[in-house]
Design a protein around this ligand. Structure first.
Ligand SMILES: [Zn+2]
Length: 301
């Protein structure tokens, strides 16, 4: 696979953010809509999975992938019989979830996100080594919140909740109470290997586990889960996801408590065989390091 194809494949499937994806060729990407419940759908394209609430009160979008896909996203929404987007919620600041903000902002859409999302988008920064430039004003959330807010529309009550983050310091989950649908943002990535804990964006493995526990408490066996990346999931998959992360954390912290260095902990290969997708985006070593840094409480603001 040559470099261009590799970058394209990564953009299609992996939770990268930043320059590599911005440069990827998105011209062949199709945005596919799937109805989940009456008035609730998911759009799969390239980047983070998009949630949609639609109906008599207007269309709400959860995340918006990359700028070159905006027209295809709008076409997929029209294909559902939904009106043009009225409100947009960003689950976190990464470019594969907020890349369409400038286009939607210019179209008059009101953008919502947790306080830290706006701060990080305005400042720009490094994500997994790739630079994200500061966002223009029109792309920034205009309504922010610390712990959450609730939409009352389209026959449902839709909670947007910041549970303390974990993937970053600005993650929100979205829960449709009546439809019983949960969008996890990147706090869950299904069948994609280890989680990406972006410690440079305030992510922390301990916070991630506590956020997952709050998601588990919201759900039951009938809940349909839209993960940040990967196919639709359910509560059993969320429980397995939690188990994998907690086991990894325990193994790495045991080595740390024994006085090993980070290099020694990586060399001990404590996560061998644990990943649900061995060729996933986050390597064993990268996850060991994220757990290690999380345990030290390092935050790079
Ligand atoms: Zn992300």
């Amino acid at each position: 696979m040559n470099y261009r194809r590799l970058i394209l494949a990564m953009a299609l499937t992996l939770p990268l953010a930043g320059a590599a994806q911005a440069q990827a060729d998105l011209s062949n990407v199709q945005v596919r809509a799937e109805r989940i419940k009456p008035g609730v759908a998911v759009l799969f394209g390239s980047g983070g999975n998009i949630g949609v609430s639609y109906g008599e009160d207007g269309t709400v979008l959860i995340d918006d992938e990359f700028a070159p896909l905006t027209a295809r996203i709008q076409a997929a929404i029209a294909g559902l019989g939904a009106s043009p987007v009225k409100f947009l919620v960003n689950t976190h600041w990464h470019a594969d979830h907020t890349g369409g903000n400038e286009n939607f902002g210019k179209a008059g859409v009101t953008i919502f996100a947790q306080d830290n999302v706006r701060v990080r988008m305005a400042a720009g920064g490094l994500v997994n080594g790739a630079r994200t430039e500061p966002a223009p004003k029109v792309a920034l959330p205009v309504v922010t919140y610390e712990t959450g807010l609730t939409f009352h529309l389209n026959g449902d009550t839709i909670d947007v909740i910041h549970t303390g983050g974990g993937h970053t310091d600005g993650d929100s989950l979205i829960y449709w109470r009546n439809a019983n649908v949960l969008h996890t943002g990147d706090m869950m990535m299904h069948r994609s290997g280890f989680p990406f804990v972006d410690v440079n964006s305030g992510g922390n493995v301990g916070h991630l586990i506590s956020s997952i526990d709050q998601m588990i408490a919201l759900t039951n066996a009938d809940t349909v889960i839209i993960p940040g990346h990967g196919p639709l999931a359910d509560r059993a998959a969320l429980l397995a996801w939690r188990g994998m992360i907690a086991t990894a954390k325990e193994r790495v912290e045991r080595l740390k408590d024994q006085g090993r260095t980070l290099a020694q902990a990586k060399a001990a290969k404590p996560l061998a065989g644990l990943s649900n997708a061995p060729n996933g985006f986050v390597s064993d070593d990268a996850f060991v390091e994220a757990i290690w840094v999380s345990a030290e409480g390092h935050h790079h603001h």
